[in-house]
Design a protein around this ligand. Structure first.
Ligand code: PRP
Ligand code: URA
Length: 245
């Protein structure tokens, strides 16, 4: 996808590899306004989400705080995201009398994109404790920005009527689209995508590939830098969460 320069690799220059392999260099990017106009995109307006996201972005936030915040944000977004989960009637007894209530019918799933989606998914599970968890191992190649698929643990038979694909960062959209392709091939029809921070480039790519899939995010940022990082963003979500910077 990138437009690498033709400059020969020069070992004498400290940032030679970097200069010749900046994958987003020269790649046109849509504006934030274009992204905000996309159909089916919902952006959280909850002040608690905004405040926790600001703490997450802060470079001084420690890995321990980072993963605690990620998990809290996962739970908050799961409550806020389009709630089309099925419920079924049930009879209960309150301390005073019997009544008919409703409980979640099951058939909900969450698919974290590893690694960074793990703690976000744990937060979603706080809201949906019965959810099946389908792990998807995708790692972005730093040079091409294409996702590399290294692992998945999907259920053999799909009885999911809705599945949330979760990942803190939607950058070029490659990982999100691969994840949705995998789950679609597995027979899951009602897919939802949930992220913390999205770049306009990735949002447009995801919307083009999956025009109907609801997208729920905490924030839409300005752009990708030349290495494909979201700006202003929060840096590398996986490394900050797992203390591997
Ligand atoms: C990050 C992030 C997304 C992906 C986004 O993961 O968590 O999965 O990059 O980029 P894209 O939209 O351009 O595909 P990364 O590949 O760094 O792996 P990690 O979670 O193991 O750190
Ligand atoms: N992955 C991250 O962790 N951060 C970004 O900004 C982009 C991709």
């Amino acid at each position: 996808m990138g437009a690498p320069t033709n400059r020969p690799h020069d070992d004498a220059a400290p940032d030679a590899t970097f200069d010749t392999e900046l994958p987003m260099r020269g790649v046109p990017q849509p504006s934030r306004a274009e992204a905000l106009a996309l159909p089916g995109l919902r952006i959280s307006r909850h002040p608690v989400v905004a405040s926790k996201l600001t703490a997450l972005r802060d470079a001084t936030t420690s890995p321990a705080q980072f993963y605690a915040l990620t998990r809290e944000l996962g739970a908050l977004l799961a409550y806020e995201a389009p709630a089309d989960l099925e419920t079924e009637p049930c009879a209960i007894q309150t301390p005073l009398e019997s009544m008919g209530g409703r409980r979640l019918a099951g058939g909900g799933g969450v698919a974290p994109i590893l690694r960074a989606g793990l703690w976000l998914a744990e937060g979603v599970r706080q809201a949906l404790p019965e959810a099946q968890v389908w792990h998807l191992g995708l790692r972005r190649d730093e040079r091409t920005l294409r996702p590399i698929h290294y692992y998945n643990q999907l259920a053999r038979a799909s009885n999911l009527h809705v599945c949330y694909v979760v990942d803190p960062m939607l950058a070029t959209g490659g990982s999100a689209i691969d994840a949705l392709d995998l789950l679609t091939a597995q027979g899951v029809r009602q897919l939802r995508y949930l992220a913390l921070i999205a770049a306009p480039y990735g949002l447009l790519a995801l919307r083009r590939a999956y025009p109907e899939t609801p997208i729920y995010v905490a924030a839409v940022d300005d752009r990708l830098d030349e290495r494909g990082y979201i700006c202003p963003g929060l840096g590398d979500a996986g490394d900050r969460q797992f203390n591997t910077l």
